[in-house]
Design a protein around this ligand. Structure first.
Ligand SMILES: [Zn+2]
Length: 214
C-alpha cells in the first residue's frame, strides 16, 4: 500500500506538477540554467575552493524560495537531486560533509533545515559521512539579505561554533546560496579553529551580485 502522504500529495515535478517523481521532469530540468565552468568558482577567505553551479534565478530559485519562505519542503527533493548531479566531485576532497546551520530560532519557525538535504546529497556523491551537527549558529545578528559585504562580515563574526574535533579532517561545507561568501568564511573559520585540515565549499546557487564582483 502506498503511504498516505503519496495519496494526498502524489510525487510530481515541483515546477509543473506533472510526472510521477519529486525530481524535476526533463522539460523543467532543461529550463534550469547551469553556470559555465569558469563562473562556478567563488573566492572565499578560509576556503580552499568554493563552487556553485546554478544562477539564483527562476525557475530554480522559486523552488528554494518556496522551501525557505513558504514553508513547503517538497521542492527540496528536486533541489538536492540537482545539487548532487551538478557537484564537481573531481574538484573537491572531503572526509566529512558539514552543512551551514540555521539558527535554532529559525529552525524552530521553519520546522526543517533546507541545507541538510543538499548536504546529504553531497555526502552521497562524495561517498563520505554527513555531520549535520558539527556547526552551531549562535544567537544574534540580523538576516544577511540586503546587507553590504562589509556589513555581512561584521554581522557574522564569531557566529559559528564547531562542536567537533576535526583534526586532520578535510571538510566540505555546504550551503544553499552563496552571495558574498561571508557566511562560508565565518563557518570555515570555526571549522579551521576545530582543526580542519582543509575546508572546501559547495553551494547550489550563486547570486548575480557575486558574479558581478569578479
Ligand atoms: Zn516539470
Amino acid at each position: 500500500m502506498r503511504p498516505l502522504v503519496d495519496f494526498l500529495w502524489p510525487p510530481a515535478c515541483p515546477l509543473c506538477l506533472r510526472g510521477h517523481s519529486d525530481w524535476l521532469c526533463p522539460t523543467c530540468r532543461s529550463h534550469v540554467a547551469v553556470l559555465l565552468e569558469e563562473e562556478r568558482s567563488v573566492l572565499v577567505p578560509g576556503c580552499d575552493v568554493v563552487l556553485a553551479s546554478v544562477p539564483y534565478e527562476p525557475p530554480a530559485r522559486d523552488l528554494l524560495v518556496r522551501a525557505k519562505y513558504a514553508g513547503d519542503p517538497h521542492p527540496l527533493t528536486a533541489l538536492a537531486a540537482l545539487f548532487g548531479e551538478l557537484l564537481a566531485v573531481e574538484k573537491l576532497v572531503a572526509d566529512v560533509v558539514v552543512p551551514v546551520p540555521l539558527s535554532r530560532s529559525r529552525l524552530r519557525r521553519r520546522g526543517y533545515d533546507q541545507v541538510v538535504p543538499l548536504a546529504r546529497a553531497a555526502a552521497t556523491r562524495m561517498v563520505c559521512p554527513l555531520d549535520a551537527e558539527a556547526l552551531r549558529r549562535r544567537r544574534g545578528g540580523v538576516a544577511q539579505a540586503g546587507l553590504t559585504r562589509v556589513a555581512r562580515r561584521r554581522n557574522l563574526v564569531g557566529r559559528f561554533k564547531c562542536v567537533r574535533d576535526l583534526r586532520d579532517r578535510r571538510v566540505l561545507l555546504v550551503d544553499d546560496v552563496v552571495t558574498t561568501g561571508a557566511t562560508l568564511e565565518a563557518a570555515a573559520k570555526a571549522l579551521r579553529g576545530a582543526g580542519a585540515a582543509s575546508v572546501a565549499g559547495a553551494c547550489l546557487f550563486r547570486t548575480r551580485a557575486v558574479r558581478a564582483q569578479k
